[in-house]
Design a protein around this ligand. Structure first.
Ligand SMILES: Cc1cc2nc3c(=O)[nH]c(=O)nc-3n(C[C@H](O)[C@H](O)[C@H](O)COP(=O)(O)OP(=O)(O)OC[C@H]3O[C@@H](n4cnc5c(N)ncnc54)[C@H](O)[C@@H]3O)c2cc1C
Length: 343
């Protein structure tokens, strides 16, 4: 199996953070995954393309970067079935589907990262979540040393969440994701920016528009190193929301089916006066307050410090705790992102 020692991960994370991996493995088969399972590493991290990952220390734990490739397509009268290997690039996969006239995930174009990471936080954008089209996920479980299939229901998809981020976190590797796309397609264009598309709307139109909107709104990590939305949109109780709304009538809000209310993290950060805030090599993007930037050669700790500052300011003004969407990886493995604002 391909492996490196003392390997720089600077090119393997979209924050462009310099850190050294003591060991990094690139398994491409179940035999190689079994070999890794038998090593019983105390601390390790499964890395995709590193676009939702913050390496906090100058050293990383052992890294496992699954490198399975390939796409397989079958169909019946009603649906297309597509099996994609974890190391395929997500956006290339979206383009592959749309070019083959397989529709459903066009709204998720240009989300950086690998196909294998997409189910982990149930990536979503422009009114669609990847879990809407996942049939099952193949998971290599390190303790069982076997492949286990998780059905859509077993994946427990919800807002930026799944079983892979919760119970199964750090216990195995997603090798393949199986999609089911019904041949009867309904465009999702209710989201702001897409509703202006003139009918009849094709999936190609949606994909192009999403690409255009994302290029206008979000900084390209290759130009300004970042990991997309750094914080999740916070959920608050209805009572908490009502109190805030009295004070801030213009505050955007999204009522949820369970009675709670989702707030816009970017708006809270902007109101806290942090949009465009810069300190040393790090800062809050001047157009997108939800995006933290490494402008030059920041260390992971510089980003952690900035994230804490943002959380503290938002807490001070709104009494709302922001939780990171980005995964915090120390030398000892992942740390709870919710704890980053404390201490
Ligand atoms: C500019 C920008 C825009 C973004 N926009 C969006 C957006 O609109 N919507 C959205 O939801 N996200 C968005 N993101 C976040 C990011 O694109 C997604 O989280 C993506 O799925 C990360 O993929 P990755 O391969 O880079 O994952 P990584 O950062 O490498 O890993 C993320 C998590 O997945 C796990 N993981 C990765 N591969 C595997 C595997 N094969 N098996 C098991 N676990 C694995 C890792 O252990 C980690 O916990 C954005 C990021 C950037 C930089």
């Amino acid at each position: 199996m391909k492996k490196h020692l003392q390997f720089s991960v600077k090119a393997l994370n979209s924050f462009n953070i310099q850190a050294i991996a003591p060991k990094i493995f690139f398994p491409t088969s179940l035999v190689e995954l079994t070999e890794l399972a038998n090593k019983h590493f105390t601390h390790f991290y499964v890395l995709g393309e590193g676009s939702n990952t913050l390496f906090c220390d100058e050293k990383t734990p052992v890294l496992i970067k699954p490198s399975f490739k390939g796409i397989e397509l079958t169909e019946d009268n009603d649906s297309f079935y597509v099996k994609v290997a974890c190391a395929e690039n997500w956006h290339d996969f979206v383009e592959y589907c749309v070019n083959k006239k397989i529709y459903g995930i066009e709204n998720l174009a240009l989300i950086p990262g690998s196909a294998g990471a997409a189910p982990v936080q149930n990536v979503g954008a422009y009114g669609v979540e990847v879990g809407d089209f996942i049939d099952k996920v193949s998971w290599f479980d390190f303790s069982q040393q076997a492949l286990v299939n998780y059905s859509n229901a077993q994946c427990k998809f919800s807002y930026r969440d799944s079983i892979f981020k919760q119970k199964l976190n750090g216990r195995g590797v997603i090798t393949h994701v199986y999609f089911k796309f019904p041949k009867i397609w309904h465009p999702i264009i209710s989201y702001q920016g897409l509703s202006c598309l003139p009918p009849p709307v094709s999936a190609q139109d949606i994909m192009q528009k999403v690409i255009q909107l994302r290029q206008e709104k979000l900084p390209d990590p290759k130009v300004l190193a970042n990991a997309g939305s750094f914080f999740k949109n916070p959920m608050v109780t209805n009572a908490c929301f009502k109190a805030l709304q009295q004070k801030y009538p213009a505050m955007p809000f999204y009522p949820q089916s369970n009675g709670n209310v989702k707030l816009a993290a970017g708006w809270l950060i902007e109101q806290a006066g942090l949009k465009g805030f810069k300190e040393g090599d790090v800062g809050v993007h001047e157009k997108q307050a939800l995006v933290l930037i490494n402008y030059a050669d920041a260390l992971g700790q510089d980003i952690v410090k900035l994230a804490k500052h943002v959380q503290q300011q938002v807490m001070k003004q709104f009494n709302v705790q922001l939780q990171a969407e980005v995964r915090f990886i120390t030398q000892q493995g992942e740390v709870d992102s919710a704890s980053v604002g404390k201490g």
